[in-house]
Design a binder for this molecule. Structure first.
Ligand code: ZN
Length: 133
C-alpha cells in the first residue's frame, strides 16, 4: 500500500524507506496474528504416511489463512534480503597498527563501523533468536 506520506518522503530522498518499512510491519503484524504451529509439529511429524504426507484436518482462523497465503513468499523474500545484507556487511582489515595481532581491528566494508557492525549484529540477533520467543 502506497500512502501519500511515503510518496512525499520518497520525493525528498527517502529511496523507498517508508514503503519497505510499511511492508515489513505488515508482514510482522500478519505473522503475529496467525497461530503458531510449533507445538503441533512434533505430534504431526509422527503421522507422516508411506507416501510422505500427513492428512490433516485443521481449524484455521481467517488470520491464519491470510498469513499462510503469503508465508512462503515472505520467507523467501526475507532470506534473499538478509543474504544480500550479509554479503554487503562483511569484515575487512581496518589497517593500521594494533598491539593485538591475533585479533586485528576490522571494520565493516559497507558502513565502516567496527566489526561486527550494527547491521550484522541485528541480523545475527534475529537469526539466533530462540524460536517462539
Ligand atoms: Zn556494516
Amino acid at each position: 500500500m502506497v500512502t501519500r506520506r511515503s510518496m512525499t518522503s520518497d520525493m525528498f530522498g527517502n529511496f523507498g524507506h517508508d514503503r519497505v518499512r510499511e511492508r515489513l510491519e505488515t508482514i510482522r503484524a500478519r505473522s503475529e496474528k496467525s497461530s503458531s504451529w510449533r507445538s503441533m509439529t512434533q505430534y504431526v511429524s509422527r503421522l507422516v504416511n508411506r507416501e510422505g504426507f500427513v492428512p490433516i484436518k485443521a481449524r484455521l482462523a481467517r488470520e491464519d489463512i491470510v498469513f499462510l497465503a503469503s508465508a512462503r513468499d515472505d520467507v523467501i523474500a526475507f532470506c534473499e534480503m538478509t543474504l544480500r545484507l550479509i554479503d554487503l556487511h562483511q569484515p575487512r582489515d581496518a589497517g593500521g597498527l594494533t598491539s593485538d595481532t591475533d585479533n586485528p581491528l576490522c571494520r565493516c566494508r559497507a558502513c565502516m563501523w567496527r566489526w561486527p557492525c550494527p547491521t550484522f549484529r541485528a541480523i545475527q540477533d534475529a537469526v539466533d533468536r530462540t524460536p517462539g520467543s
